[in-house]
Write a new protein. Sequence first.
Length: 217
Amino acid sequence: MFFTDWQETGLYISQPCHPEKTRLYKKNSVKKPTWYGVITCHDYQTIAYILRVFQSSPGDTMTLLLGAFGRKKMDTLIILLDKRYIIRSAVVNMSWCRRMWSIASRAHMIAITGVYYSVLGGAYCSLGKSNTKYAYKAGALAIEQIKLAKRLKDPVLECKCWLYFAEDLIQLGNIQKAHKIIQRQLEFVDSIHDPALSSMLESVISKLDVAVANRGN
């Protein structure tokens, strides 16, 4: 039967950078410890978890750890980190490297695509003021930008793309659809309080007002 009182037991735990060195987390109540218990962990994440639960519930954690030894008396409990941990950590995991390379390459391609859409879309939008053919192309690019923003899960970028699209619709004379898009984005802009986005929205609204006034004339 297990009789060790966790309050009388000291606790030492290895340090991550120096596995051979331990740090005192709890003093024992005896002057000359006799019984030692050693637990060896092969990964520091295990030790980090033990520390986390020990800080939140020391009594339950110590009782559970001491129960693994089945002794009636345990003066000191030592949790060691396997010395080979650092060596194993330095070994390159090829599957993980391939995964990281895939993620980094994808992020890079998306960034390049975003710049391409922005530059080309801006040029088409400017040319669309005098030629509706370019306004149609700018609108198509704005749609692609919206898809890209959704893929990136970037709501601010998506809002900007919708405003680009609304501006293209204004150039094409589709006032009603542009107005609906602006109203939807107005709610989002008011909720995040972004000065740059607010300024952009005001600019598109001004263009919409001018288009409505010109149509009335």
